[in-house]
Structure formats: structure tokens, C-alpha cells
Design a binder for this molecule. Structure first.
Ligand SMILES: [Zn+2]
Length: 77
């Protein structure tokens, strides 16, 4: 098995890992349903962008799921 030619110092390892930290997500409130969403993106929950429906989020849902989601959107407002 190959062996590293040189020892990596703790300093070198830490410098490499300084770029690995996670950043806090930047979120804004959806203008339609009020959920916290990433800015400049269609709301994945209600499918609205700038007060305009872009995606039909109820498509492909059963009647029961649709009713539940509709209730959640109304509650969030
Ligand atoms: Zn929304």
C-alpha cells in the first residue's frame, strides 16, 4: 500500500478543514403561505413565487392529502 511521503501538520489539516464548516441558511418568509423559504425561489410548500402560482402543489395528491395540505396553508397565513 502507498505511504504518504510527508507528514501533514495539524496546522495544514486545520487550514484545509477551515472551509468545511456549515453556514446558517438564509431564509425569507413566503409571501403566500408564510413558511420560511430560500429567497428568489418558488415556495416548495405552496408553489407560489411573487404572489403568482407557478407550481400546482396539489397535483398528484390523493383527496385526503390535498385536504390536509390545504388546511396547513390556511393555518400558516
Ligand atoms: Zn409558500
Amino acid at each position: 500500500m502507498a505511504l504518504p511521503a510527508r507528514h501533514h501538520s495539524r496546522s495544514r489539516v486545520n487550514k484545509r478543514r477551515s472551509h468545511l464548516s456549515l453556514r446558517v441558511l438564509n431564509l425569507t418568509k413566503c409571501s403566500h403561505c408564510g413558511k420560511m423559504i430560500p429567497p428568489h425561489q418558488v415556495c416548495p410548500f405552496c408553489g407560489y413565487y411573487k404572489e403568482e402560482e407557478v407550481i400546482d402543489v396539489f397535483k398528484g395528491l390523493t383527496k385526503k392529502e390535498r385536504k390536509k395540505k390545504q388546511k396547513e396553508i390556511v393555518e400558516e397565513k
